[in-house]
Write a protein that binds this ligand. Structure first.
Ligand code: SD4
Length: 337
């Protein structure tokens, strides 16, 4: 390292450490990494197995010098368009009254964001969320207002639930008369797609889209369309998104928490773990309370963590295309790791 570089580097490291007040060693380490980074490392990560094909689409965008915002929108639209997927898009399971209500949000490197919640009969809520961000002075539209806005923007009306899903819902209703009065979170049906991408310019964007918990109360909205809960991006630091029981994620402003922990110098994996631990600390009863986070930082590092075992995320880089199993706090059998 030349004398100039060394001095500049230590000055930068020191001021970052002092400004952050916390974890100076880590702050210096991070400044060192970003100071010597030659080119941004393109990367896409997304929740669950369906992330693999979604990442492929996102990567096509990044690889043709596209922006991370386009990459995440087009990536998660693959999942929304998959009518065999029961937890994202119009192929998803309905609420207990039989309505498929969708939630989505998107956020870019300028901290611009848009969201829709509880929107019906629209195939690509993520694209509507982007329109909210770009075409309105607002951040979120819900229910009928979101639907009307989508129609005005040229989105088609699409019928839902699809036949197979309607049949399942009718059977569920017959078997679960009590749950109709006292709805319960069904942990077997979750699998929101949350995606984060960094493009060749080093800019990070994120998207999150879901049909929410199967057989939820009509009107219920989870974390997924809530900026700071289901998704958060701060282009100076990184991005995070969440999956699992939305109510628990909202309580700790989960994705924002992960990004703020990365700001303090923690790695994506450590930040996700600490957010999960915060959720655990705030709940006496963790029965079926699965939550998971994934995150990336400006160095292109990524990580995830979940309450229970079994959560994984899809990773795509120039030379990787694979699922990454996350660490977890406890297994389903033992209730502790
Ligand atoms: C919700 N967080 O509506 C969503 C559901 C989910 O994996 O992510 N399941 O609460």
């Amino acid at each position: 390292m030349s004398e100039f570089k060394r001095r500049t580097f230590f000055k930068l490291g020191l001021s970052t450490a002092i400004l952050g007040f916390i974890k100076p060693a880590r702050a210096i380490e991070n400044v060192e990494k970003s100071f010597f980074r030659i080119a941004p490392k393109k990367v896409v990560i997304s929740t669950w197995n369906h992330g693999l094909v979604a990442n492929k689409k996102a990567w096509e965008v990044l690889d043709s010098e596209g922006k991370s915002l386009d990459a995440v929108e087009q990536g998660v639209m693959v999942t929304e368009n998959d009518m065999t997927n029961r937890s994202v898009g119009l192929g998803g399971r309905p609420d207990r009254d039989g309505y498929v209500t969708l939630d989505a949000c998107i956020m870019d490197e300028q901290s611009r964001c848009g969201a829709v919640a509880c929107v019906e009969n629209i195939q690509n809520p993520i694209a509507v969320a982007r329109k909210v961000m770009e075409e309105t002075p607002h951040v979120m539209l819900v229910g009928e207002g979101a639907y009307d806005f989508a129609r005005d923007q040229g989105f088609d009306k699409v019928k839902a639930p699809i036949k197979e899903v309607k049949k399942d819902w009718k059977e569920w209703k017959k078997k679960n008369k009590e749950l109709l009065r006292n709805p319960e979170i069904n942990h077997e049906n979750h699998d929101t797609i949350g995606m984060l991408a960094m493009d060749q310019y080093g800019n990070i964007s994120g998207a999150c889209t879901t049909s929410g918990w199967a057989y939820k109360m009509h009107g219920r909205v989870g974390d997924s369309p809530i900026i700071g809960a289901g998704l958060f991006v701060d282009n100076e630091i990184g991005g995070a998104c969440a999956t699992g029981m939305g109510e628990a994620i909202v309580r700790i402003a989960g994705s924002h928490t992960v990004v703020e922990l990365m700001r303090q110098g923690f790695s994506p994996k450590e930040a996700c773990k600490m957010a999960v631990e915060r959720i655990i600390a705030k709940h006496d009863d963790l029965t079926n309370l699965q939550c998971g986070f994934i995150a990336i930082n400006k160095m292109g590092e990524h990580g995830g963590y979940s309450v229970y075992e079994g959560f994984d995320y899809a990773l795509k880089t120039a030379n990787q295309d694979e699922m990454v199993k996350t660490m977890f706090d406890r297994s389903w059998n033992s209730n502790s790791e």
